[in-house]
Design a protein around this ligand. Structure first.
Ligand SMILES: Nc1ncnc2c1ncn2[C@@H]1O[C@H](COP(=O)(O)OP(=O)(O)OP(=O)(O)O)[C@@H](O)[C@H]1O
Length: 707
C-alpha cells in the first residue's frame, strides 16, 4: 500500500538555508517503486541549469520561460513552488514530471537526475495531479477508484481493501457512494474531486507526486484539506512537489521546502518556514510581524506594472534578489561540476515511460465495458435530451408528412421524409458524440500514459456499451414517425426502417469519435463535426444524383453515411409499393421511383453492408488517431560536455557559463550554428557514446575529436 510509512530519517530535514545537494546513496541497481516491506522507496529528484526558451519563427529568443533553474526535491518532504502568475511554476513542474507538452518552438536544456542518475535510467513512478480534474461523471467515487484499481493493480492485491484504505486515507469515505458529477449533474465538491485525483494517482504507488496548483478554485477549508493530504503523503515517504499561487499562512506552514520563481528566474530554493524568512532578512528584506510569509514573498518578487517608475523599481529589486541567490548557489554544490563529473550531460529522454497494461484484453474489455455502461446508462440529462429530441423531431416530421397516401405527389413527400430522417439521425448521433468525446479522450490519454489499458478493448467496450442506447433513439423516432406518416405499412418494413437508422447512427457516432480524436478542443470538434456532415448531406442521395456528380466529387456519395441510409430507406420503402396512376408518364410503382434515383439495381443488404463499412472505417480512423495523437512531451536537448563546452566557449568567444546559459539560443541561431559547426558532430558523438557508457573514456574521445 502506498501509505505504509517507513521513510528513513532524512538528516537534511533541517538543511541550511541554501539547500545543498548531496548524491543519494543508491545501494541497489534497482530503483523499484516500493521497498520489499511495501513502504515507499525514497526518490531524490535533482535538477540543474534548466533552461526553457520559447523561440521565434525567425530563430531568435521569444521568451525565457525558465532561466538556469537548479534545485532538488527530497523524499519525505513537501516542496512548494511559489511565484507570481507567469513565473514558470507550471513549466517547471511539467519539466520535472517529464510532461512538458512538446512544442517545436521550445528549447529545453539542463539535467534531471533521479537518485543521482540521469532520468532515463530511473525506474521511479510519477503521479501527476493536474489542475483540471477529469473523471467519468456518472461513476461514484468508489467505482472510480475500484475501476482504476482493477486496471492497474496485480491480481494478488485485495482490491476492495485497497480501495477502502484509499477512501479512508484521503477522507473520501463519506462521499464514496456519491457520483463525481459534472456541470449538468451536481456531484462531489471541488476539494473532494482534487482528493479523488490524488487517490487515483496513488494507485500506481508513485514515489514522486507532482501537483499543479492543487488548491486552485477551492475554498479555504477544502484547500487546507488538500494540502494536508499532500503533506501527509510526503511524510509517508513520497517526494511531493506542488506549485501554488499564493497560499494562506496555515498552508504555507505545511511546506518543508520552498522554491520561489519570478519571471522565470530562481529567487530562492531551500527550506520553507523560518529559514526562508531568515535568508531574506539577512539580505535586507525582513518580513514584518504577523504577515503571511507567502504574501511577503509575493510582494517582494512581483513586478508592479502600475507605472513605469514602479516597474523599474520592482524589476531592479527582483534582479537584486535573483543575483544574490545566484551568487550563493554558485558557491554551493549547485555548480555544474558534480553533475558533469557523473558523466551525464545530456538527458535525452523524458521520465514518461510506456507502461504495458497489467491485465489481458478480455479483462480490460470487461472492466471498461462496465464503466462505459454505467456512464452511458446513468447519464440522465444527456439521454433525456436525446430522447426528447428524437420524440419532438418525430412529432414534427410526423405532422408535416401526415398520412402520405399513395398519390404521385406522395413520392416526393416520401423522399423528403426519408432524407430528413437520415439527416436527423446522423446529426443527433454526431452531435452527442462530439460534445462528449473530446473530454473522454483526455481521460483515456492520461489513463493510457499510466498503462491502464489498450485502445482496442477500450473502443470495443464503448461500442458494445453504447449500442443499446444508440439503437433506442432511432427506434423511438421510428415508432412515432412510421405510423403517423403511414410509410410502407408492414411490421417487417418498420423493423428494417429502425435497423437502417440504427446502423446509420453508429456510423455517425463513429465519425464523431474520429472528429473528437483529432480536434484539439471541444469547440473545434463541435465546429468540425457538423461542417463535415454538411458535405455528406449534400451528397446524401437526394440533392445530387450520384450519376450527375462531377468526377472529382464522385467518391463523396460513396463515403456518405446519409446517402447509404437514404438509399436503404428508399429501397425498404418503395419496393413493392403501388402508386395511383393518372397520366401515362406517371410513376406506377416503387421500382420505377427507385430507378429515377439510380437505386433500382442495388439491394438493401448491399446498402446496409456499405453503411457498416463506413462505420468500421471511422472506428479504424479513431483508433489510428488516438494511437498517433498521444501526448508528446518536450525532451531535453543535448548539451556539450565540459571539454567540448570549453572548446565551444573558446570558439564563440564567450565564457563557459555564458555559453551554457545561452545554449538553447545558440542551437537555433543559424549563424551560431555555423560558428560551432566544427564542434556539433563532436557533441553529438560524445552524447551518443555517453548513452552507452556512463563513466568511461567518452570525454577523452570527445576531447580528441575536438582537437
Ligand atoms: N508553450 C508555450 N507557448 C507560449 N508561452 C508559453 C508556453 N509555455 C509557457 N509559456 C509562457 O511562459 C510563462 C510561464 O508559464 P507558466 O504556465 O509556467 O507560468 P505559471 O507560473 O504556472 O503561471 P500561472 O500561475 O498563471 O499558471 C508564461 O508567460 C507563459 O505564457
Amino acid at each position: 500500500l502506498p501509505f505504509s510509512s517507513s521513510v528513513e530519517d532524512d538528516s537534511s530535514h533541517n538543511a541550511p538555508s541554501t539547500a545543498t545537494i548531496t548524491e543519494v546513496e543508491d545501494e541497489t541497481d534497482d530503483l523499484d517503486v516500493q521497498n520489499k516491506d511495501g513502504s515507499v522507496k525514497p526518490v531524490h529528484v535533482q535538477w540543474r541549469n534548466i533552461n526553457c526558451v520559447l523561440m521565434e519563427k525567425s530563430g531568435g529568443v521569444n521568451k525565457e520561460v525558465l532561466k538556469t533553474i537548479s534545485g532538488e526535491a527530497k523524499p519525505g518532504r513537501l516542496l512548494a513552488i511559489m511565484g507570481p502568475s507567469g513565473s514558470g511554476k507550471t513549466s517547471l513542474i511539467n519539466i520535472l514530471a517529464g510532461q512538458l507538452p512538446a512544442s517545436k518552438r521550445m528549447r529545453l536544456t539542463g539535467h534531471l537526475l533521479i537518485n543521482g542518475r540521469p532520468v532515463r535510467n530511473a525506474n521511479h513512478t510519477v503521479a501527476y495531479v493536474r489542475q483540471e480534474d477529469l473523471f467519468f461523471s456518472q461513476l461514484t467515487v468508489r467505482e472510480t477508484l475500484a475501476l482504476a484499481a482493477d486496471l492497474q493493480l496485480p491480481k494478488s492485491v485485495d482490491k476492495d481493501k485497497y480501495v477502502d484504505d484509499l477512501l479512508k486515507r484521503l477522507g473520501l469515505a463519506g462521499c464514496a457512494g456519491t457520483i463525481v458529477g459534472d456541470k449538468k449533474v451536481r456531484g462531489i465538491s471541488g476539494g473532494e474531486k482534487k482528493r479523488l485525483s490524488i487517490a487515483c494517482e496513488l494507485i500506481a504507488s508513485p514515489s514522486v507526486i507532482f501537483a499543479d496548483e492543487p488548491t486552485t478554485g477551492l475554498d479555504a477549508f477544502q484547500a487546507e484539506q488538500v494540502m494536508e493530504t499532500l503533506r501527509e503523503l510526503a511524510h509517508d515517504g513520497h517526494t511531493v512537489i506542488c506549485s501554488i499561487h499564493q497560499p494562506r499562512g496555515s498552508i504555507y506552514a505545511k511546506f518543508d521546502d520552498l522554491i520561489l520563481l519570478s519571471n522565470g528566474s530562481l529567487v530562492y530554493m531551500g527550506p520553507a518556514g523560518e529559514k526562508a524568512l531568515t535568508y531574506f532578512e539577512n539580505i535586507g528584506y525582513k518580513c514584518p510581524e504577523h504577515v503571511n510569509p507567502a504574501e511577503f514573498f509575493a510582494d517582494l518578487i512581483s513586478i508592479d506594472y502600475s507605472s513605469p517608475e514602479r516597474e523599474e523599481i520592482t524589476c531592479k529589486k527582483l534582479e537584486h534578489v535573483v543575483n544574490i541567490f545566484k551568487g550563493q548557489m554558485l558557491e554551493s554544490v549547485y555548480g555544474l561540476e558534480k553533475v558533469d563529473g557523473a558523466g551525464g550531460v545530456s538527458v535525452k529522454s523524458s521520465s514518461v515511460k510506456h507502461i504495458r497494461p497489467r491485465i489481458g484484453w478480455w479483462q480490460q474489455f470487461r472492466i471498461l465495458l462496465r464503466r462505459a455502461w454505467l456512464q452511458a446508462t446513468r447519464d440522465g440529462p444527456t439521454n433525456k435530451v436525446r430522447g426528447m429530441m428524437s420524440i419532438s423531431s418525430a412529432l414534427i416530421f410526423g405532422s408535416i408528412f401526415w398520412r402520405m397516401g399513395l398519390s404521385q405527389t406522395s413520392i416526393q413527400d416520401r423522399l423528403g421524409l426519408l432524407q430528413v430522417a437520415a439527416v436527423n439521425t446522423a446529426m443527433a448521433a454526431l452531435t452527442k458524440t462530439v460534445n462528449v468525446f473530446p473530454k473522454e479522450r483526455t481521460i483515456i490519454q492520461q489513463e493510457r500514459t499510466k498503462g491502464s489499458y489498450d485502445l482496442i478493448p477500450y473502443l470495443m467496450s464503448k461500442l458494445v456499451a453504447e449500442a443499446p442506447i444508440s439503437a433506442a433513439f432511432p427506434l423511438a423516432f421510428g415508432c412515432l414517425v412510421y405510423p403517423m406518416t403511414r410509410l410502407h405499412p408492414t411490421f417487417s418494413r418498420f423493423l428494417r426502417f429502425s435497423g437502417i437508422m440504427t446502423v446509420e447512427a453508429f456510423a455517425a457516432s463513429a465519425m464523431g469519435l474520429t472528429v473528437g480524436s483529432i480536434a484539439p478542443s471541444l469547440e473545434a470538434a463541435s465546429a468540425l463535426g457538423p461542417s463535415m456532415m454538411t458535405v455528406f448531406i449534400v451528397f446524401g442521395g437526394y440533392y445530387v444524383n450520384e450519376e450527375n456528380t462531377p468526377l472529382i466529387f464522385r467518391w463523396l456519395p460513396k463515403v456518405s453515411m446519409i446517402r447509404w441510409a437514404f438509399q436503404a430507406l428508399c429501397i425498404n420503402e418503395f419496393r413493392g409499393l403501388k402508386f395511383i396512376k393518372q397520366k401515362s408518364f406517371d410513376v406506377e410503382n416503387g421500382e420505377q421511383a427507385l430507378d429515377r434515383l439510380s437505386f433500382a439495381n442495388s439491394s438493401l443488404r448491399e446498402t446496409v453492408v456499405q453503411e457498416g463499412r463506413i462505420a468500421l472505417f471511422w472506428y479504424y480512423l479513431t483508433y489510428f488517431f488516438l494511437k498517433r495523437n498521444k501526448p508528446r512531451y518536450q525532451k531535453f536537448e543535448a548539451l556539450p560536455r565540459p571539454s567540448a563546452l570549453a572548446e565551444c566557449s573558446r570558439v564563440s568567444g564567450k565564457s563557459e557559463q555564458e555559453f551554457s546559459d545561452g545554449i538553447a539560443e545558440a542551437m537555433n541561431s543559424k549563424a551560431r550554428e555555423d560558428e560551432v559547426s566544427g564542434q556539433a558532430s563532436t557533441i553529438a558523438s560524445a552524447n551518443e557514446d555517453e548513452a552507452k557508457e556512463e563513466n568511461s573514456n567518452v570525454t577523452i574521445a570527445a576531447d580528441e575529436d575536438v582537437g
